[in-house]
Design a protein around this ligand. Structure first.
Ligand SMILES: NC(=O)c1ccc[n+]([C@@H]2O[C@H](COP(=O)([O-])OP(=O)(O)OC[C@H]3O[C@@H](n4cnc5c(N)ncnc54)[C@H](O)[C@@H]3O)[C@@H](O)[C@H]2O)c1
Length: 337
């Protein structure tokens, strides 16, 4: 083999071919992120809506459309499947991908079908499949800072941890950037802000403090019997620390969120997704980094972790079992207690 051919072969084998099922809001965001990635390369796509496929191909003409989910998953040379459909098909698509020995990166929420999730998790463990769920804060510097502060307790920045509060609010649900998403997002069966947004913070909380128990929860639902919740107040507990949740559709900010961990010496706060701040008792807030830069770092690292998942190396993405544990807490909040 000539040196050029050898180099070309190595270069080509460095690509990790990714198939994408679900080309709505998240599918498009991921396509844009993968477009410039040096290793992960979207090659094949499928969506249940042919018009969505057509629009996607108009933007990315080199993508190959599949005839259906099964044929996409069976494509030779594919290494990983990204699932960005609404929750209902997540488990069936994951299992098809495991049949084909693909590494699965699935959107949250994992599922609302717990039996199917438990069977899938048993299969992952039995057959050693590679699977992770996209909680975007998993790779965030804010989560790393929160975890470091928690690990140092009762010394370090926080001192003795006292309480956590999570506050989220939306001027309207769904949020403006999700206007093109399906009706499922506003429906009680699969959608709502508790599954969609609060789950990110419950993930952070449970990763750092451990499994949370719901002490009380009061979701407010519209009287039509099918629309998603409009407010939720709850009290949880993890590692002996009380966690207060206040969430609602209301106010004039499109998407407002904060998780604060307070100790007797200081507090640390994740704010507006990737923003991270801390302050000593009685002092001013100090940012851990420029929020835009923290976001960019988190998003780059997410893809780095995905590569590690595909290559069977250790990574920081949440697996299906960790994500099911988040969903168990979320569904308990939605059920009310
Ligand atoms: N990680 C995050 O930050 C984040 C943010 C927003 C949404 N999400 C999650 O991403 C997933 C998708 O959300 P979205 O906002 O993109 O929704 P969306 O409604 O915009 O898009 C879903 C797409 O899936 C397609 N689809 C539906 N059922 C299908 C099936 N069985 N097979 C193939 N295609 C199918 C629809 O036609 C649609 O194009 C959800 O699980 C959502 O909770 C994650």
């Amino acid at each position: 083999m000539r040196p050029f051919e050898q180099h070309w072969q190595t270069y080509m084998s460095e690509f990790i071919n990714v198939g994408i099922i679900g080309l709505g809001v998240m599918g498009q965001r991921m396509l844009a992120r993968l477009d410039s990635h040096p290793r992960l390369r979207a090659t094949h796509v499928w969506d249940a809506d042919p018009q969505t496929v057509a629009r996607t191909l108009a933007t990315y003409p080199r993508l190959m459309p599949a005839a259906n989910a099964e044929s996409l998953i069976a494509t030779a040379g594919l290494a990983s499947l990204y699932i960005a459909t609404p929750p209902a098909p997540h488990m069936a698509l994951s299992n098809l991908a495991f049949d084909a020995k693909l590494a699965v990166f699935c959107e949250k929420p994992l599922t609302v079908d717990f039996d199917s999730a438990r069977q899938t998790i048993e299969r992952i463990e039995r057959e050693a499949h590679r699977a992770a769920v996209n909680f975007s804060l998993a790779s965030s510097p804010g989560l790393a800072a929160l975890d470091a502060a928690w690990q140092e307790r009762p010394a370090g920045f926080l001192g003795e941890p006292q309480k956590v509060s999570i506050e989220i609010a939306f001027a309207a649900w769904p949020r403006p950037w999700q206007a093109a998403a399906g009706a499922w997002l506003s429906e009680r069966t699969e959608g709502g802000f508790t599954r969609e947004v609060l789950s990110h913070f419950v993930f952070v909380l449970q990763r750092v403090l451990g499994r949370a128990v719901v002490r009380s929860s009061s979701p407010v639902y519209p009287s039509d019997g099918h629309s998603a919740e409009t407010a939720l107040t709850a009290l949880l507990e993890a590692s002996g620390i009380p966690i207060e949740v206040t969430a609602r559709v209301g106010g004039d900010v499109d998407d407002s969120n904060r998780l604060t961990l307070r100790g007797d010496a200081g507090e640390i706060e994740l704010r507006e997704w990737f923003g991270a701040y801390r302050r000593r008792e009685g002092a001013f807030w100090d940012t851990i980094g420029d929020p835009a830069e923290l976001r960019a770092r988190g998003q780059v690292d997410q893809l780095t972790q995905w590569v590690a998942l595909v290559e069977g190396r250790p990574h920081s993405l949440p697996g299906f079992a960790e994500s099911l544990a988040v969903q168990v807490t979320i569904e308990a909040l939605l059920a009310g207690a």
